[in-house]
Design a protein around this ligand. Sequence first.
Ligand code: PLP
Length: 405
Amino acid sequence: MKYDINKIRSSFPILHQQVYKKQFVYLDSAASAQKPVQVLMKEEQLHNDYYGNIHRAAHFMADKATVEFEAVRDKVQKFINAEYRKEIIFTKGTTESVNLVASSFCEKYLNEGDEIIVSEMEHHSNLVPWQLAAERLGAKVVKLPFSDNGVLQIEKLPELINSKTKLISVAHVSNVLGTINPIDEITKIAHEKGVAVFVDGAQAAQHISVDVQKMDVDFYAFSAHKMYGPNGVGILYGKKKYLNEMPPYQGGGEMISEVSFEKTTFNELPYKFEAGTPNITSVIAFGAAIDFINEIGIIEIGEWEHELLEYATSKLKEIEGIIFYGESPEKSSVISFNIDGIHSYDLGMLLDKMGIAVRTGHHCADPVMQHYKIQGTIRISFGMYNTKEEIDVFIAALNKVRIMF
Ligand code: PLP
């Protein structure tokens, strides 16, 4: 089936606006993706038609909301090919998913002196929670480095793993470098030595077909708002063999089985990890985002975005003084760069005045900036709705700014 970009764009009203009287060009989907009308309408419909708190009450509205909420768990299970629906936990976002595992997994499995390997290309969300857990338990975070071209040095992994290593945490796709990491190779090396693998999929699930069983990951996290869904919803996939053993992350309603002052017992999976009222509306609307992606096809979206990536990279290469960060042969929809002699922040500000939204700064990945000894970069990132024409507008604006400097 032909990739119908006009039809896709017609679902995103925000893209048809003008900014500062200029055509709006959104090249910041890695930070957060725009939402299609299908998602916005689902949220509204829920509030108009069948809102109630889920799981608890025995009345029509609550029952209907519960059924819809739990149906999204099934959709997510299918979307990432998890073996069991109870392995899907709803959180606030990738950040909370990492914190949950860093807290509960580490409490159960880490002892003083143990080690967690974290890649050098991580977002702060997938580094700081491990540092906090390590500090609390007297454990250590060990760095798995990447090469200057942005490729992770997997060959170093076997020598970094020792009897103290309990977990490896790595991004599926880097939010700065765009590198797609070879997760199946990593899990193979780790599992041969009995080490668990956590994968941060915040920049992957919207671009790549994710199969948690095929990759054999132990944990996989991602955020709805980067997948054309609402804010405030994240997913944590975890193998039940770990989730069953891990203590609850937070206490509260829903996560318990029986409570008394003497003794409290906990609910079964996944509810053990879903304390309190979840973000009901947004989870249900996230289901509409998954339907939307499935209708177009994640493979088709990935292929379209790859075309945009190659087109934009070739155009950018023609710009004098350009420096790229991240030139892995396996790359997703992100390009980070600087132009010699121009501060990334100044460039971002001027592009904004021309209607073009890009990201500038450290992208919450200070260790990547330290690797290249830079303060920040300009980052453009693509979603399913971007076009080559938009890239042309961006390149023309970039050339204008360069001449101004
Ligand atoms: N991990 C990566 C690779 C990211 O790019 C981001 C956000 O940009 C996060 C984690 C954090 O995601 P959230 O803010 O949705 O929790």
